[in-house]
Design a protein around this ligand. Structure first.
Ligand SMILES: [Zn+2]
Length: 331
């Protein structure tokens, strides 16, 4: 694989791959050269990833369209921000963050609190029991963080806000809010070219992960509709996988898929009757054969959907042996 791909004049994609870890993982970063120039997303913080990224950026600058001196993550998920500090240090780049990102990614403790620890809310039990339940998860988190190179974005930064515009070699890019997958997600819109750097919101071949605590289905649907209605939208360059060449159709398909999933979960809970059903129970029905790690990943959208249905007033839940069981509200 080459170091980078020129997608359009002044828009470059850099692919990072993590070969270690439980699942192979690829991330797309976008370099937009200019007077200062911007790297949108920074991927993983492993040494190999940073070395690859640094050499790709050198090569892109050598193309002569400008420099790439700033770096900004699209949102507060580790596979987007972990490379920010290391690449900024290595190449003396300026870090750009929105104020909403700041409390989530500045320290390891903040990141852990926002995502890793207490990821799955478990009701009931004594304080000791709760503590003991956390240990295996905590060890798992530490292992995962080390292997994947999860790193907080420490050090100085320059604020950037939704509505700000960047003038780069490829034209004007507006910073738009795109919450849903992650509440602090921002995306970059180039109106003249009809190009959107959409982060994790719209992926070509896989379904966007949703899960607590930062995902929200309402917000996700609003963001998808906003993207669908961008005037002159031609292509979305996503954070994972290939370009979305037929964006309106893809977004329409995703909206339909989410609605179908929502109806299915409602039906699962309805069928469970008075006894109710746990999130784990629904996961096992959907994915009877996958391993525990994949189950954890898959469980995200189910938890997020259950939260949505509770907020909507369709469901309620009760605790039994340290597990939430969901039932229809009007039973
Ligand atoms: Zn993400």
């Amino acid at each position: 694989m080459g170091r980078f791909t020129c997608l359009q004049e002044g828009i470059y994609r850099i692919r990072l791959q993590v070969r270690k870890g439980v699942v192979p993982f690829t991330a797309n970063l976008y370099a937009l050269p200019g007077d200062d120039g911007l790297l949108f997303d920074a991927g993983f913080g492993t040494r190999g990833a940073i070395a690859h990224l640094a050499s790709a950026l050198e090569a892109i600058e050598a193309e002569g369209e400008g420099r790439v001196r700033e770096v900004m993550p699209s949102h507060a998920h580790w596979d987007h921000f972990s490379g920010v500090r290391p690449i900024a240090d290595k190449r003396r780049m300026r870090v750009r963050l929105t104020e909403k990102m700041v409390p989530l990614i500045r320290t390891k403790a903040a990141f852990r609190q926002a995502y890793l620890a207490d990821f799955k809310e478990t009701p009931g039990g004594s304080a000791l029991k709760k503590y003991l339940r956390k240990i295996p998860r905590r060890l798992g988190d530490e292992f995962y963080a080390a292997v994947m190179g999860i790193k907080a974005v420490t050090g100085p930064y320059t604020p950037i806000s939704v509505g700000d515009c960047l003038s780069l070699a490829s034209g004007r890019w507006e910073v738009l809010a795109g919450p849903g997958h992650c509440d602090v997600h921002v995306i970059l819109w180039n109106k003249e070219r009809g190009v959107l750097l959409g982060g994790d919101n719209v992926l070509a071949d896989i379904t966007t992960w949703l899960g607590p605590p930062r995902s929200d289905i309402d917000a996700y649907e609003s963001t998808l509709k906003m993207i669908r209605d961008l005037p002159g939208l031609k292509v979305i360059y996503p954070a994972h996988g290939g370009p979305v060449e037929d964006p309106i159709r893809r977004v329409t398909d995703i909206l339909a898929h989410r609605k179908k999933r929502m109806d299915e979960i409602r039906m699962e809970v309805f069928r469970a009757g008075r006894r109710g059903v746990s999130a784990e129970g629904i996961v096992s029905r959907y994915y009877p054969k996958i391993n525990a790690f994949r189950k954890g990943v898959a469980r995200g959208w189910i938890d997020t959907t259950l939260v949505y249905l509770m907020r909507e007033g369709t469901l309620r839940r009760y605790a039994e042996n340290g597990v939430w069981r969901y039932q229809m509200k009007d039973l």
